[in-house]
Design a protein around this ligand. Structure first.
Ligand code: NDP
Ligand SMILES: O=C(O)C1=N[C@H](C(=O)O)C[C@H](O)C1
Length: 266
């Protein structure tokens, strides 16, 4: 297999650290630089926990793309920054693999247009864990048979976006097989604001944030006399890395933007 040159944005983050480790441990992956908010001009190996990784740190991603050879950018940062990074990568002929969540539909559309104009692959995956992708696919199938559904996503308390990217994507996939429908009693009234969660086409999404959690979601369907619960748990961030690896390998073959891993692991 040909060597793939990779830049990682957000290397000190919970996911970024795992991604750097994945690149380091994969024989045909080569880390060429990292993009970080601090330590511009230093080497990654100067930072604690990155010994042996003598690659430059850039704060300005444009400068990074000008100076460093790269096939793929892995972005694991924040919604605003991830969008700018993805755009800049495509403008510089680098294929993005993006795990960062919280992009708006308009941002996704803009990136898709850019990827197609440049004929470049781009993968934006709200969840890289295979089990989570299956949970979403199973929920999409279940929606053919159940029209009432609520999503409960549970994450660590340092998460910035709510609902999670996975919950938003799950609702979108369920929406393929479910007509919009107001759920619950027609006279239902929240006596404490937010009690019924966020609403998408009448479905409800509830976001739990607690220390001790990593990333968990259950999708509960209900109909007369029965419920069906589909649940996925990520207990650590290594659970996401096989999805990152396959995305890096696949993005090189694509000429458009793919949103979600379900279409590339079929
Ligand atoms: N697709 C998937 O499977 C998964 C996606 N995620 C998503 O990945 C993203 C990262 O998650 P996680 O690793 O937990 O978050 P962290 O907060 O641990 O990491 C984010 C990193 O981005 C850096 N950062 C923040 N602002 C800037 C900036 N202006 N310039 C450069 N770097 C910046 C942070 O640096 P600093 O600490 O200095 O602020 C930090 O190193 C989130 O959007 C999350 O939802 C998470 C898990 C799985
Ligand atoms: O921030 C996280 O941790 C996670 N974010 C992603 C999301 O928003 O769905 C994926 C996973 O749930 C972990």
């Amino acid at each position: 297999m040909n060597e793939i040159n990779i830049i990682v944005a957000g290397p000190r983050g919970r996911m970024g650290r795992e991604a750097v480790n994945l690149v380091k441990e994969t024989p045909h992956f080569r880390l060429t630089a990292v993009v970080d908010r601090i330590n511009n001009g230093k080497l990654l190996s100067d930072m604690e926990g990155f010994s042996g990784l003598d690659v430059p740190i850039y704060t300005d991603i444009h400068e990074c793309f000008r100076e460093v050879e790269a096939d793929v950018l892995i972005d694991l940062t924040t919604p605003d920054l991830g969008f700018l990074h993805t755009k800049s990568a495509l403008e510089n002929g680098v294929r993005p693999v993006v795990g960062t969540t919280g992009f708006t539909p308009e941002q996704l559309e803009e990136l898709k247009e850019l990827a197609e104009r440049k004929s470049l692959g781009c993968i934006i995956a709200p969840n890289f864990a295979v089990g989570a992708v299956l949970m979403m696919k199973f929920a999409q199938t279940a929606a053919k048979y159940f029209e009432d559904v609520e999503i409960i996503e549970m994450h660590h308390d340092q998460k910035l976006d709510a609902p999670s990217g996975t919950a938003v994507k799950t609702a979108e996939m369920i929406g393929v097989n479910r007509e919009p429908k107001a759920q619950g009693h027609e006279n239902e009234k929240e006596t404490i604001s937010g009690a019924r969660g966020a609403e998408v086409d009448g479905m409800r999404i509830h976001s739990v944030r607690l220390p001790g959690l990593v990333a968990h979601q259950q999708v509960i369907f209900g109909s007369n006399g029965q419920t069906l619960t589909i649940r996925h748990d990520s207990y650590n961030r290594a659970s996401f890395m096989s999805g990152v690896k396959v995305s890096v390998e696949t993005v090189l073959q694509l000429t458009t933007l793919v949103y979600g891993l379900e279409s590339i692991i079929d």
